[in-house]
Design a protein around this ligand. Structure first.
Ligand SMILES: [Zn+2]
Length: 93
């Protein structure tokens, strides 16, 4: 299926998932810039996220909330005809 979201508030078409209680680990690359004293610009490499839970789905632009979990997200999208189903989507009997 294809999600065709359009924010009712601002018209933006991108949805984002907001997670809480996530532990983010980032690789520190060797090429840091030293500015003296305690000031250093670090350069980041690969990033991994661990744990966490979905807090909400929202408009990426204005933060308008679609729902608190994937079920609510789908319910909103279906109600507002913001999904298109493809031939290879499986429908349960
Ligand atoms: Zn919006």
């Amino acid at each position: 299926m294809t999600i065709k979201f359009k924010c009712p508030k601002c018209g933006n078409t991108r949805v984002e998932e907001v997670m809480v209680n996530v532990t983010v680990s980032s690789e520190i690359k060797p090429d840091a810039t030293y500015h003296g004293e305690d000031l250093v610009d670090l350069s980041y490499g690969e990033q991994t996220n661990e744990g966490g839970e979905v807090d909400r789905y929202q408009c990426q632009e204005c933060g308008w909330v679609l729902g608190g979990d994937a079920k609510q997200l789908m319910a909103f999208l279906l109600k507002n005809k913001m999904v298109e189903f493809d031939d290879d989507d499986g429908f349960p009997d």
